[in-house]
Design a protein around this ligand. Structure first.
Ligand code: BGC
Length: 386
């Protein structure tokens, strides 16, 4: 571990201030209490830079807010930045966090290979780096990774597609149905390490069905490079789906399902399908479309029988883990990993804490998303966060 003397001294200062605050009844960072002001103030304050990729997808806003509030509750000062999915903006934001004295960085990268020089300066200054949800690649200087089990996300997406087509039951057990069903495949952004894990999990799961002919990809676009969607863009996905409809489905060929790795991409695909008169719902023949992130607009589509499924990644739990890991580093300890094998970033295997995911269909929206307080029923009915 790389923590410098500064961090140890700061950790001691924070511990003292916290205990003083506890004695006097105030919380860390409470402004009504003189002594607790020592936390997050003056030279000894701990600053955490949090770099998020974009505000165009609501999951990253939720992630950013949850990480910020968790860190603030712990008594740290937080600089939260979103980069509008623009790589130079993100590198500049991280450079600035370092110049302005960040003691620790939490980064969800746009391009996982573009941050090597930022991470080098962080390392030179003993600033621990936590890679958030997306693994930062090609750098020795990533200290910890918090994410979900991304291979399992891909497996879950493919299972939802197979279930929607009737080829398996909900537990992934094959039924007597043999199709053949026509599907098309979409992947995420190639510069995001997760896109490859999602794809591998999905393709490994679909392969036996492709091999026995119960699933066919009429466009023959079965490589990740052909299926990729730069920056996970909804518009790019819609355009590719429109092209596929023209090139492959303008005759008698029927499209039965689409593997989609992200709700934004799913909505682009659905718009293209409805644009040529399919649906509007699955009951009226709209192909089965999967998704990810339980975005509010897609949860509404699932409730309305338009989108088949999404993968719920509880960003509140991920943010908690990032805060736990940050606290460990700041206290001069190693965060606890539950995976030390899977995430090789090209330079090292990064110790990771991975969380589980849940597939959400129409029938478990209530139990998974409403009962857990992730979305309210009113928000789902409106298709909008309030
Ligand atoms: C995340 C997904 C998200 C995608 C697009 C991936 O790195 O793991 O949850 O859908 O980025 O933002």
């Amino acid at each position: 571990m790389r923590l410098g003397k500064k961090m140890g001294a700061i950790a001691a200062g924070v511990a003292l201030a916290l205990s003083l605050a506890a004695c006097s009844g105030g919380g860390a960072g409470s402004s009504s209490d003189g002594e607790s002001q020592a936390v997050g103030n003056g030279d000894d304050e701990i600053k955490v830079g949090v770099a998020m990729p974009t505000e165009t997808s609501e999951r990253w806003i939720a992630d950013g807010d949850a990480v910020k509030s968790g860190l603030e509750k712990a008594g740290y000062k937080v600089d939260l930045q979103f980069a509008g999915d623009d790589i130079p903006t993100q590198t500049q934001q991280i450079d600035q966090m370092i110049t302005q004295g960040a003691d620790l960085l939490i980064i969800a990268a746009i391009d996982g290979t573009a941050l090597t020089s930022q991470l080098e300066s962080a390392a030179e200054q003993n600033i621990p780096v936590i890679s958030y949800d997306r693994l930062i690649r090609d750098s020795e200087n990533v200290d910890f990774y918090v994410s979900f089990d991304n291979y399992k996300v891909g497996v879950a997406q493919a299972n939802a597609l197979l279930f929607g087509l009737g080829l398996t039951d909900k537990d992934g057990k094959a039924t007597d149905e043999k199709g053949p069903f026509n599907i098309e495949l979409f992947a995420g952004s190639l510069d995001d390490n997760n896109a490859h894990f999602f794809w591998d999990g999905a393709m490994d799961t679909l392969k036996p069905f492709m091999d026995d002919g119960s699933i066919v990809v009429p466009s023959k676009q079965t490589d990740i490079e052909q299926a990729a969607t730069l920056r996970w863009s909804q518009e790019a996905a819609q355009a590719r789906m429109e092209n596929l409809l023209t090139s492959t489905y303008s005759g008698d060929t029927k499209l039965d399902g689409v593997l989609s790795p992200f709700d934004g991409i799913s909505r682009g695909i659905i718009t293209a399908l409805q644009g040529v008169g399919m649906g509007p719902t699955m009951k009226d023949g709209l192909p089965v479309v999967t998704g990810q992130d339980a975005e509010i607009a897609s949860v509404k589509l699932i409730q309305d029988g338009v989108q088949e499924s999404t993968i719920f990644k509880d960003t509140r739990l991920l943010a908690d883990q990032a805060v736990v890991a940050a606290k460990a580093f700041i206290d001069g300890k190693e965060p606890e990993a539950n995976d030390t094998k899977t995430y090789d970033n090209g330079k090292k295997v990064v110790p990771s804490y991975l969380l589980d995911v849940v597939t959400v269909y129409k029938d478990n929206i209530q139990s998974e998303l409403v009962d857990s307080g992730y979305w309210t029923q009113d928000e789902i009915d409106a298709g909008q966060a309030s």
